[in-house]
Design a protein around this ligand. Sequence first.
Ligand SMILES: [Ca+2]
Length: 172
Amino acid sequence: MGGGVLLIVLSIVIPIWVGVEINRRQAMTRADLEMIVSASERFFVEYGYWPSPHMGTPNDMRYGRETGNDLVMNALRAVDGPGNEGHRVNPNRIEYVRLPGHGRGRSGLNDAGEFLDPWGSPYQIVLDTDMNNTCTMAHTIYPNQVGVGVVAWSFGPDRRSDTPQDILSWDN
Ligand SMILES: [Ca+2]
């Protein structure tokens, strides 16, 4: 195959591959967001509170920004660690999620136990810690989410929040 032909073939194949890879990561992300929400809701059914050491905190807690999402994930994973020391938040030690380690192009846990999306950014999670049946959204363009106790989102391929590439657990 001549070099020119090879370049033409690559110029066609590489964009297709990039598109397939983005779709694959977005699908993985949507599944992760659904898992975070459904696991948190099952946790709530069991305990009557959200998987957080901050229940009672006004204005609701956001995880993945100033406070790591490992505090939520440790409770959901039944891990004795930050946020769930001595299994105090999940005393029945129910394992709501089981997650692999983070890898290139693959979501999972980093060494600190934070749940990262396929692009390496921590998932953002807001829990209704003041129990007023609304997730108050702080430091974001997104409006408060009424009638839900947990929302989550990913920064998406650009690794920045509040951009059109964000992937949301709710219908915006
Ligand atoms: Ca609230």
